[in-house]
Design a protein around this ligand. Structure first.
Ligand code: URA
Length: 243
């Protein structure tokens, strides 16, 4: 429950003081009933009208978080583990992650309170590219990696073709670093893909989400997306390209 004047002010239609004035003047209705009492509390689903116009309840906000390893992609956890919203404190809006990264995966995670936008980006048919860098146990050869490029059978079906690039390998330590780009978002997909070719992932980081990178951020840091980036992400999801 929040105070009516605060909700009106947050919606951007008036300052807190002006909102109080509008309430006193009888210009505000909650669920169709005029309200003139300043202390009135409202819930997230109450319909609020100011001078006959329904307000948008919250500003839509968009953040890019560099999720550290050892953090749950959720807004709360009953086992009291760290959650991604712990890294975005001081934000009034009720934001949540767009999709998820595993507890042990680090990297780009978008956070928003715009459900329509989140659904758009997560919808499988919109095919947003996500690039991961994986440290593997062992060194797969070209032919083996080619299986991932073609699509590989997992227990929940064939994967779509991926882009795969060997970045480095260390024979002595028997490990390699491989970059992989996929546009699907199945549960633990990258880990399962490498497992399927016999090279388990030891460490995983999402370095890119569409055209967005982690540039300028350390693990645990976040920044707001610019309005232009939000617009470009929408365009990309809706049309498959940036124009
Ligand atoms: N694939 C995975 O295996 N884990 C993630 O967190 C994201 C993609």
């Amino acid at each position: 429950m929040e105070r009516l004047q605060k909700v009106i002010a947050h919606s951007g239609v008036a300052s807190r003081r002006k909102a109080e004035q509008l309430i006193i003047e009888g210009k505000v209705k909650v669920n169709g009933e005029k309200v003139t009492e300043l202390g009135t509390k409202v819930t997230g689903t109450d319909k609020i009208e100011v001078a006959g116009v329904q307000i948008e309840r919250e500003n839509k906000v968009y953040y890019l978080l560099y999720k550290p390893r050892g953090v749950i992609s959720a807004v709360s956890d009953d086992k009291k583990r760290k959650v991604v919203t712990d890294f975005l404190q001081g934000i009034d809006e009720r934001i949540y992650p767009v999709g998820r990264l595993d507890y042990d995966t680090s990297g780009i995670l978008l956070m928003t309170n715009d459900g329509e936008f989140a659904n758009l980006l997560m919808h499988p048919s919109n095919e947003i590219d996500k690039t991961y860098v994986a440290r593997l146990k062992g060194i797969p050869n070209k032919g083996t990696l080619r299986q991932l490029e073609k699509g590989i059978k997992l227990e929940d079906g064939m994967t779509a073709p991926a882009k795969v690039k060997m970045l480095s390998s260390d024979k002595r330590q028997n490990k390699s670093i491989v970059e992989i780009t996929i546009h699907e978002g199945r549960n633990r997909q990258v880990r399962r893909m490498f497992e399927a070719i016999g090279y388990p992932v030891q460490k995983l980081k999402r370095e890119r989400f569409a055209f967005l990178t982690l540039h300028g951020l350390n693990a645990g840091e976040a920044r707001e997306l610019t309005p232009h980036e939000v617009k470009q992400l929408r365009t990309l999801a809706e049309t498959g390209s940036l124009r």
